[in-house]
Design a protein around this ligand. Structure first.
Ligand code: ZN
Length: 402
């Protein structure tokens, strides 16, 4: 059955007031982390008006809603994240955050509103659908592994007898022209790992360094040795980013401290590079310190894995976006983003794709508009019906075997 793509966009635009209203209600009351009770209540209120079966999370405030087509068929998953960031909003928007120190600065309020908008579009077309659409509404994308909790609680088996066969997610970015959809096959976003090094020395008088074991020059050498390690040891075609984001030591001008502390991030696009780079940071820090007869404590915490798009799924997104918006609005993502995303956990389990949706506000340029996570970021609300229609088109396409 052909996908009724053009009428999806017209229908989403006709319904845009509701989508914008929901987005603004969410925007006024951002919540951070895995527990978003007010957000969940709002979302459940919207889902209650739809012909869907809803389950809420046991360990977090997640929601899963299953929409059944008129005929049996496979299950496909559409995901939206719902959490805000611990950022104080300074946009001055009439619907700005009313919660001091919290803001929907990554556009997850748009994702949630678009997904609910898509659910309305799909509900009106149930007779044309063969299969189930699983709506995954997750908390805790911003570093809290919300998607992993939902996978552990069985989101992929939300439909008994028809496990999720594929998954799709959208993310808005102000760095792309409004209304353009951007996707690529293979790695779309990076793995992000945290590391820290504590250099253990021996404190003393700043005038007599030979009587102490000064960790400061050793820490400085480690910072520089890490830069050389990345440029000399990492294949540029399988890259890594190592950033020392914090470096602290000492308390005053006449005391050699007994320790120095460094921490930062490692970004990579393949499992092998990821493992090698973690090992290299540890090795460089340990041996630079050893050269000066000092020791280090190395700590490493795994963050999100690489977000890898299935080539076939990425191609379907590109085709659907072109049909919906015109070929010039569907553009390839030239390079992966070195940011990270917990939809990666879903894509480790089922084939699918994450796509970016440009949301640069009118009057701004994608290159200079306040970016995602900024206290000043403003997203173009014109993209709300576009995103809702694209989510719905992806589900129709997948269920039609496109
Ligand atoms: Zn985000």
């Amino acid at each position: 059955m052909p996908t009724p793509v053009p009428d999806l966009l017209a229908a989403a635009r006709a319904d845009a007031d509701r989508t914008v209203d929901l987005r603004r209600r969410l925007h006024r009351h951002p919540e951070v982390g895995l527990h978003l009770p007010r957000t969940l209540e709002t979302v459940l209120g919207e889902l209650a008006e739809l012909p869907v079966e809803v389950t809420t999370g046991r360990s977090t405030t997640s929601a899963v809603a299953v929409l059944r087509g008129a005929r049996p068929g496979p299950s496909y998953l559409l995901r939206a994240d719902m959490d805000g960031l611990p950022v104080h909003e300074d946009t001055g928007l009439p619907f700005a955050s009313e919660v001091p120190g919290a803001m929907h600065a990554c556009g997850h309020d748009l994702h949630t509103a678009m997904l609910i908008g898509a659910a309305r579009l799909l509900a009106e077309r149930r007779d044309e659908l063969a299969g189930q659409v699983v709506l995954m509404l997750q908390p805790g994308e911003e570093g809290f592994h919300g998607a992993r909790y939902m996978l552990e609680e069985g989101v992929l088996d939300a439909v008994p007898g028809a496990p999720v066969a594929g998954a799709f997610a959208l993310h808005v970015f102000t760095s792309l022209p409004s209304g353009t959809v951007s996707v690529r096959p293979g790695p779309m976003m990076a793995a992000a790992d945290h590391w820290s090094v504590t250099v253990r020395g021996r404190g003393g008088h700043a005038s007599m360094p030979h009587c102490a074991a000064d960790p400061v020059p050793v820490a400085a050498e480690i910072v520089l040795a890490l830069q050389a390690m990345v440029t000399r040891r990492v294949d540029v075609f399988d890259p890594a980013v190592v950033t020392v984001a914090q470096l602290t030591a000492g308390s005053t001008d006449n005391v050699i401290p007994d320790s120095a502390f460094l921490q930062g991030t490692i970004r990579s696009l393949s499992p092998q590079r990821r493992a090698d780079t973690v090992a290299s940071v540890r090795r460089v820090a340990t041996h630079v310190a050893a050269a000066h007869d000092l020791e280090v404590e190395f700590d490493h915490q795994e963050g999100y894995p690489v977000t890898v798009n299935d080539p076939g799924a990425a191609d379907r997104v590109r085709t659907a976006a072109a049909a919906l918006l015109g070929a010039d609005r569907s553009v390839p993502t030239p390079d992966p983003l070195m940011g990270a995303e917990d939809f990666s956990y879903v894509l480790q389990r089922v084939p699918g794709a994450m796509a970016f949706l440009g949301a640069c506000p009118p009057g701004d340029e994608p290159g200079t508009a306040a970016g995602n996570h900024s206290n000043l970021v403003v997203f173009d609300e014109e993209v709300l019906p576009v995103g809702a229609a694209l989510y719905a088109a992806m589900a129709c396409d997948a269920l039609a075997g496109g």
